[in-house]
Design a protein around this ligand. Sequence first.
Ligand SMILES: *Cc1c(COP(=O)(O)O)cnc(C)c1O
Length: 963
Amino acid sequence: MSQPSLTQLEKHDGFVARHIGPSDQEISAMLQSLGVSTLEELTTQIVPESIRLREDLALKPAMSEHETLQYLKKLAGKNKIYKSFIGTGYYDTITPPVILRNVLENPGWYTAYTPYQPEIAQGRLETLLNYQQMVVDLTGLAIANASLLDEATAAAEAMALARRGSKSKSNLFFIDEDTHPQTIDVTRTRADAYGFETVVGPVTDALKHDYFGVLLSYPSSSGQVNDLSGLIAALQERKTLVTLATDLLALCVLKSPGELGADIAIGSAQRFGVPFGFGGPHAAFLAAKDEFKRSMPGRIIGVSVDKRGNKALRMAMQTREQHIRREKANSNICTAQVLLSNMAALYAMYHGPQGLKDIATRVHRLMAIFVAGMRAKGAQVDTKAFFDTVTIDVGAVREQVYMRALSNKMNLRLIGDSKLCIAFDEKTTRDDVKVLWEVFLQDEAEGLSIEQLDALYAAEDLQDVPDQLQRTSEYLSHPVFNKYHSETDMLRYLKMLENKDFSLTHGMIPLGSCTMKLNATTEMMPVTWPEFGNIHPFAPLVQAQGYLDMIHELEHQLKAITGFDAISIQPNSGAQGEYAGLLTIRKYHESRGEGHRTICLIPQSAHGTNPASAQMANYRVVVTACDKEGNIDFADLEAKVKEHADNLACLMMTYPSTHGVYEEGAKKICDLIHAHGGQVYMDGANLNAQVGLTMPARIGADVSHMNLHKTFCIPHGGGGPGMGPIGVRAHLAPFLPNHAVVHLEGPNPGNGAVSAAPWGSASILPISWSYIAMMGGEGLRRATQVAILNANYMMKRLSEHYPVLYTGRNDRVAHECIIDIRPIKEASGISEEDIAKRLMDYGFHAPTMSFPVAGTLMIEPTESESKEELDRFCDAMIAIKKEIDNVQSGKWPLDNNPLVNAPHTLADITEMDWNRPYSREEAVFPMPGQKANKFWPAVNRIDNVYGDRNLFCVCPPMEDYAA
Ligand SMILES: *Cc1c(COP(=O)(O)O)cnc(C)c1O
């Protein structure tokens, strides 16, 4: 009898087997069904020899979950939590615990996908609609989108919207110099890319020239609140569109941008319950007048009806989204900030209009008292009218004041040469005011009394904001904002919403290209640790040492995985990574005197964000063909490369291709581009099929983004957050984004920023860091192999019933496969959409529909799904095929069968009359086991056309509630 060794016993603590779904036995069974004996053999069959990695990834050995948490806790401990009065668009806030635990920390909310299948996403769609309503109410404008990536990119989007909407012929855009510096930076970067000229100056200069758009700040970055209505009217006389950068909490007491006449308002919803997180993720908003509703960037949730005529929500203008509009898209936004916008909306609902007003008034009152005390002692407070932020000129003693604040664990913001800026927030207390007086006034603070000043303030009705800017209009009067103020009510509301949404807690979400894999609890836990949550993005870096260490290690991990020489952690999504990468390429060409290189080749099969990002970089898109195997048509590519050789900037290619195949010619393609002076941008969305087996840099890419929310386990949050860092080869490293507030080492100084925060949404980086740390090189490689095995196993089973569109070497696919529904539709009349909706009755989320090829379904199982789950899904698809056969054979009429009537709801089967040619049981329990465990779609099939014709993007009107 031999005993297991300690090493063997210790393996049981490992994470790899927790992350990888199939057991060893299941893996053997699947390999056997494919006629191969090992994962290595399968890999050899599939991954082209020329790009296959020979060595192990240079990563540290895998850690257990427990060890990882301990290690991270230590790193987190190097972050120092100070009170940050830095403001600049980031404010401390209290996340209501009921929202923290039941939304932010709840996989029912965070593992869902973008609501492309609205019948099983009504919960988050409702919260997003509430978010839009909240933004519409507070900004006083007609329409709002369901979040953008951050305030700075929202300002850049507003500029682009202004260009689309303005009748002015000017190429100039004006930015108020008293705007948050990172907003100016990001907007300028975008303006440079588009070829707009920007002027940054004092508000009084806004009428000096003709501008197509202006960006003003209300309140301004330094705290000033000005009545801009006259200026806005004068600008509009000249056909200039006016955007106000604003603050939702301030708008609870200040007249709204809409009432001032603004065309567009942007800002961040961060301070509505979402922690600093060293820069994000947070939801930004963009609201506009009604006339811009069809040219808005980002996703908009709209109200439509389902088959029964009941109200139902969906993403409006879904087919106008990036997948279809490509280079004509309004923006490249795909992944947004759904989870965070939901949190902000819920925060508003929990507090209600009165609660928000009280918070805003309290913050303002504390600042007013602080200022009154300072003025009483002769301090020079520059800000005349303010909400929660003021700027004080302290002259020569600034350094001492600043240091005294630091020694009290308080961060202030430096402005100019002699000024300090202080912003208050929801967490500011009376004690803070006292300490700050002492910091500024030292002994002179003695005798200042908060209570006395407060009494004076109330008695004399002191005004820090001009009368005409006091808010008198109502907001948040819809019932949803006035119902859930007790924790019991909120808890039940949250659960009710969660129950309507299909997430990874229910079953697999086999969305091709989206990589819906496990988001492990251990990976998620650090996200809500205060040491990561409570750090202001512009806090002195010595307070963020834990973050910097973790980010540095993550960069190292990503370099080891991709083969790149440098990483920029800044972009907040894959699409932003594309944009950042293209700008990097552009700067590189310019540095060599080749700024004329502006042709961007993009294969037909590319994701819609590729051409949309290219358009943002002001590149001219030339589309190249794919051959009948789905590969880049080399002859066509070569012809176009030669035709445009003089002006070729780059090729954007996805690898493995969006068709789910490792193209044999990838290296040759990269060589061709390089030989003609171009660069290769690799869309890294499919990196899950590369990790450990090959590397973007090895294949020949110069730059690539990594969707950390796909390959590296950040959950999709129902449509965001995400992160899209880019990796580059050494020659491109100097041209990566820098940042106006926090100067980054590596990229050239002065390079523009692409995100508001220097390291993007830093607080979710521990997820990817810990995934890589717990998997180690060997585990990651195995994960990739199992992802490929799972895809090929499903392909094999399904190919007996459905045509598979593309295969590569040895008739295998990569990590995903496309099944072609077009011939089936031709023969039976049943569409890919019918199949997608019928899958809901079987308890599944549909695969990706009609991308990259219309009329198809793309299935990506990932390594996290077990064989049992894959078999359940295949069984469902096969059963559905039998149902289609019944329609085709005439057993069921085309207009009345379980497919076209799907999804079925409780309302359907409890109807008295059941005049359908199939039973109620066939309708809702087509799979064994469903009677004991059934996911019920909340609504019937939603009418897409109705929703777009009758675009309605806020909560239903009050009359509807009465009825
Ligand atoms: C997801 C995806 C993108 C866009 O990434 P986001 O993070 O959603 O912005 C781009 N290309 C492909 C192929 C994708 O699958």
